[in-house]
Design a protein around this ligand. Structure first.
Ligand SMILES: Nc1nc2c(c(=O)[nH]1)N[C@@H](CN(C=O)c1ccc(C(=O)N[C@@H](CCC(=O)O)C(=O)O)cc1)CN2
Length: 286
């Protein structure tokens, strides 16, 4: 029997409907949520993601502004743009599309975004608050995975979750969010010896290693929930996840496809965080 598919496109659409209602309520109170997106250089994948973010904003009534900077922009020029956006009342969320060119210090750039507008949830303040379980903007991809599990009725408490990958933007926060929902979390990565012996213990397996088809049937316990965060392109530019879907289908109880799984949720949660930020300004004004 095939595994149940967790459809991120459908779940994302459902969440976007409720975000759109919140946008309407904000507009009735004189606030239009605004997102500024900074894109440096000509990376084709980044251009696509940014275009999709803008289209998604437009579809639900969020104002979006694109700031395009050349590949050779200096770090200081980029920081000047961010500082200026930090002060604008019509901008509630700021994101810098990653990756950045090598000559720019990504950490410094992210730390310059005001924590109040850090709708990507990447800044040291946001990460620190998340670690402490305090209210903050959660990083969009792991936040989206949590919503996929919730909407699919998958219990987390008491489950063994294994995260494969330790990036700042997915692997590390993913484990933290699962831990906060009372999972027992094991972090693994590409250098973990005998990886299958650990991943095979997972009730919930998160693949966020950034290698096409890295997770095969030898890694998966029958009945596990498999979440594929990978966005890899093969030589023909075909999108492939970190999980060998065909091999794992039928072994996992639930699985996310690529495309159409986690990816659409990343943008949905960005919209969610931007609207949350706009709502926060109303609370602060009171
Ligand atoms: N500032 C940020 N940079 C990057 C982030 C991020 O969250 N913030 N994440 C990724 C890229 N990303 C968003 O920026 C992203 C990746 C994939 C998708 C998505 O919808 N994927 C679709 C397929 C789309 C396609 O055909 O290419 C899917 O999986 O169905 C959305 C957003 C790195 N940078």
């Amino acid at each position: 029997m095939s595994s149940a598919i967790i459809n991120g496109k459908e779940i994302g659409q459902e969440i976007r409907k409720s975000i759109a209602e919140r946008v309407q309520l904000l507009k009735e109170q004189g606030v239009t949520p605004g997102l500024a997106v900074i894109l440096v250089g000509n990376n084709p994948a980044s251009q696509t993601y940014v275009r999709n973010k803008q289209k998604s904003c437009e579809a639900i009534g969020i104002f979006s502004e694109l700031i395009q900077l050349p590949e050779d922009v200096t770090e200081e020029e980029l920081l000047v743009q961010i500082r200026s956006l930090n002060h604008r009342n019509d901008i509630h969320g700021i994101l810098v599309q990653l990756p950045l060119p090598k000559h720019i210090d990504e950490d410094k750039v992210i730390a310059t975004i005001s924590p109040d507008k850090d709708v990507d949830g990447f800044s040291p303040v946001s990460v620190g608050k998340m670690m402490l379980g305090q209210e903050t903007y959660l990083p969009c991809t792991p936040f989206g995975v949590m919503k996929l599990l919730e909407y699919s009725g998958i219990d987390i408490a008491g489950k063994h979750a294994v995260v494969v990958g330790r990036s700042h933007i997915v692997g590390k926060p993913m484990g933290q969010l699962l831990l906060q929902k009372d999972a027992t979390v094991t972090y693994t990565h590409s250098k973990t010896p005998d990886l299958p012996s650990i991943t095979k213990q997972a009730d919930i397996l998160i693949a966020a290693v950034g290698r096409a088809n890295f997770i095969t049937k030898e890694h998966v316990k029958p009945g596990a929930v498999v979440i594929d965060v990978g966005i890899n392109r093969d030589d023909h530019n075909k999108l492939t996840g970190d999980v060998d879907f065909k091999a794992v289908d039928g072994i996992a109880s639930h699985i996310t496809p690529v495309p159409g799984g986690v990816g659409p949720m990343t943008i949905t949660m960005l919209l969610y965080n931007t609207v949350q930020s706009a709502e926060n300004t109303l609370v602060q004004d009171k």
